[in-house]
Design a protein around this ligand. Sequence first.
Ligand code: C2O
Ligand code: CU
Ligand code: CU
Length: 527
Amino acid sequence: MGSKPASTKLTKFVDPLPILKTLKPKRMTKDGPYYEVIMEEFEQKLHRDLPPTKVWGYNRQVPGPLIEANKGEPIQVKWMNNLPTKHFLPVDTSFHAHEMPEVRTVTHLHGSETPQPSDGYPEAWFTKDFEEVGPFFEREVYEYPNHQRATMLWYHDHAMGLTRLNNYAGLAGAYIIRDKWEESLNLPKKEYEIPLIIQDRSFNPDGSLFYPQQPDDAADNLPNPSIVPAFTGDTLLVNGKVWPYLEVEPRKYRFRILNASNTRSYQLQLGAGLSFYQIGTDGGLMRRPVKLETIPMQPAERIDVIIDFSNMKGKELILMNNLGENASPEDETNEVMKFKVTRPLSGEDRSVIPKILSDFRSLKHNKITSNRIVKLVGSADEFGRPLLLLNNKKWHDPIEITPELGSTEIWSFMNTTNFTHPMHIHLIQFQILERQPFDLERYNEDGQIIFTGPPKPPEPHERGWKDTVAAPAGQMTRVIGKYAPYAGHYVYHCHILEHEDYDMMRPFRVVDRHGGTGSSFTNRNHH
Ligand code: C2O
Ligand code: CU
Ligand code: CU
């Protein structure tokens, strides 16, 4: 229960990588396949040498089952909460928690273009059997239209004030949209296409998950004296196993990698002089593949890569996480998983890395309706506890961002803090325009923004559709997006879940000036 986990020396690469199982629909309906997903508490073996760990998962799996859909074919999912009424992780009962039940859930499909009633608004939470619901609760069965480009999205819990704990407990899973175009490209498929969900966790010696407790300093009479500003675990898991290995054939594989960690970012590298061929970003295929030695991944970002093991027969290869020069030698998170090229080739590898992957328009040429600055700022609450805010506003402040339905806007994430925040916008996939450094010291002195260099184009690994963008300290990160196809209430936030829960999240509203709100949503009893 202290602030440091008991050291957990776990042997690396002793468990095989779990392959995600695709969820089967309960039945077919006139509105497409209908799925049911139940959130439950159970125990799962996360490493050979760890006793089973208490987790929360979807359909008794951590990560949750893989949901696969085809472009243009809607699906329905009933997300059901069958969790205990007490959390097993340390809940902060003071913040955004007044009069809310201790255990509440709502599922968001990250990166999707979903009508607002099914987007998983943080205050659309519900408890076990829908006995209690949040002020924004809309419906029990969510509908996903799947009309966007083929890509890997992910679903995860988004309950107000609990997102960090519910995700850490295990409530996250992958969701793939497929389309005919991608199918025609002859990329590695079936057993040669493997989603990898990377997360970090710490364990107590009894195998239970460790998450820091907010110091319980009753003496100074604060509701909660301190908040957890960031959390990184000391072990890395892929698809729910600590440091697993995967046996592969000497051929090309396609890996769909998701960073589903709360706070931790990665710098992925391959040993043995191998490179990644990146073919996709958050929102699907890039225009052309890029060959990369290192790919940085902020929380919630996805990359779609091909690794070619054909010259590696009989060898082993580590997927590494470059911790940089200052890393302590005891830090074992410099390795993610191991590939063993030990399986015989089961037939000629006819898959290819196409020269041209896809085509899409740059949004730069659209008419830009608004240029907005979103300031990322460090602040404090009335007790002096640190908070991170967007535009100096808290969650319950009135909405100031109201893009018109169908309009194209540029949002400039101006980061006045000292570290990178992965900024995520619901509803849309956007494009990164540029990043421009400004004088942070000067800004903190007198509020002047003085640029110290020219704008830089996005990095090679982010030249595609994105829903989450690294916004580094002292830079203006500009993204362009078209606010469509739905009107309604959505949110944007930092995807460091400890930041998101401590107010680095704000609502915005897409307004249809011609056709009402475009959603059945009514703000029933919001302040
Ligand atoms: Cu992945 Cu609003 O979240
Ligand atoms: Cu999202
Ligand atoms: Cu942040």
